[in-house]
Design a protein around this ligand. Structure first.
Ligand SMILES: Cc1ncc(COP(=O)(O)O)c(C=O)c1O
Length: 367
């Protein structure tokens, strides 16, 4: 008798981007550039680090379940404490959402090739996972609305989306929301919100505090804190109340909470990160296009390119790796002919462009 259900057995474990040390060892390289996991290339927020230090001496005490950070977030975003949740990254909260709201006959609805972290979590619950194809590499919201049925329980929308970097607009979301029954929970995953918020057509979900909408945000991207695991969410107090029943009591850790509080006060770091990203994104998009590659217009801290074939994508990924540039192949997302490149520092972006130029000349389908 099998020990695990078939829906677990058929899953593939999450494969993170290759670590720098492993690539150095494998190819005997001194310098390696990692543009694979949409991390902040300038490091963590210095105020976050300072705030963490203040808590070292108290680490023999258990954490307080995110209480302090929830207070700070409630004040900053002008909502009630009861409307806020914190967790081990936004994925930690996603995991709680899956466990709290999904029963066996329920279905999840989202786009094809959605953020891999969500795909894995939803599939591990063994419920039906239904997807709708992209339209121009963006969520096809009208088509998703048409696919809602009596079993649809959760709709997952990442805005900006990973891995395509695209957004849906305010009018698109307004029209979509009207077609979603109240019994359906909409997850608005805004992991890349800070990079897109200046775009006037971007629908900031804090302006959409509907009872069936959960907003998820993270400190992993613009605040450079991916390694400490801290994220947060906003929703109706009843939804949050139920999530809190399921959450691990001591999540987030004391240091993660402190980092989050420090980061939120670090406006200077936030602005610097967004500025560097904006210039880097422009550079990478232009560089890809000048090299004859497609660059999907992105509103996040990465850009997706569509290759002529899966073979080309693998070749480019492997050849860049040998030269010490790690990017992200997207086969695991379900896009085997696509590659995702995170925005790095100016020097890292230049290294990518220079190496890519050399690799493309060697591409079998070209040469
Ligand atoms: C769309 C999206 N949501 C969530 C996450 C995960 O964020 P966290 O580190 O807060 O778990 C990522 C990370 O890549 C992401 O791309």
């Amino acid at each position: 008798m099998p020990l695990v259900p078939p829906y677990i057995e058929s899953l593939q474990p999450y494969k993170p981007g290759k670590p720098i040390e492993e690539v150095k060892r494998e190819f005997g390289l001194k310098n390696v550039v990692k543009l694979a996991s949409n991390e902040n290339p300038i490091g963590p927020s210095p105020i976050a680090l300072e705030e963490m230090k203040k808590h070292f001496a108290g680490l023999h005490y258990y954490p307080n379940g995110g209480y302090d950070l929830r207070m700070v977030l409630a004040r900053k975003f002008n909502v009630k404490f009861e409307n806020v949740i914190t967790g081990s990254g936004s994925e930690g909260i996603m995991s709680n959402i899956i466990r709290t709201f999904l029963c066996d006959a329920d279905e999840v609805l989202t786009t094809e090739s959605a953020f891999i972290g969500f795909q894995v979590l939803a599939r591990s619950r063994g419920v039906k996972y239904r997807t709708v194809p992209y339209r121009n590499w963006a969520y096809d919201l009208p088509a998703i609305a048409d696919q809602i049925n009596k079993n649809t329980k959760i709709i997952y929308l990442a805005n900006p989306n990973n891995p395509t970097g695209t957004i849906f607009s305010k009018p698109e979301f307004d029209a979509f929301y009207k077609k979603v029954p109240e019994r359906v929970l909409i997850i608005l995953d805004e992991a890349y919100f800070e990079y897109a918020q200046e775009n006037p057509s971007y629908p900031d979900s804090m302006k959409y505090r509907y009872d069936n909408v959960i907003t998820l945000r993270t400190f992993s991207k613009v605040y450079g804190l991916a390694g400490i695991r801290i994220g947060y969410g906003f929703a109706h107090e009843e939804l949050i109340g139920n999530l809190l029943k399921v959450k691990l009591p001591f999540e987030p850790s004391t240091l993660a909470q402190a980092a989050g509080i420090g980061a939120l006060s670090d406006q200077e770091f936030l602005e610097k990160s967004v500025r560097i990203n904006s210039a880097g994104l422009k550079f990478l998009t232009k560089a890809l296009r000048e090299l004859g590659m497609e660059a999907v217009p992105s509103q996040a801290n990465f850009v997706m390119t569509v290759c002529k074939s899966e073979k080309d994508a693998n070749f480019i990924f492997q050849e860049l790796l040998k030269r010490g540039v790690i990017i992200r192949p997207l086969a695991a997302f379900g896009l085997s002919d696509c590659l995702r490149i995170s925005v790095g520092t100016k020097e890292e972006n230049q290294a990518l462009a220079a190496n890519l130029k050399k690799v493309l000349v060697k591409l079998p389908s070209v040469g």
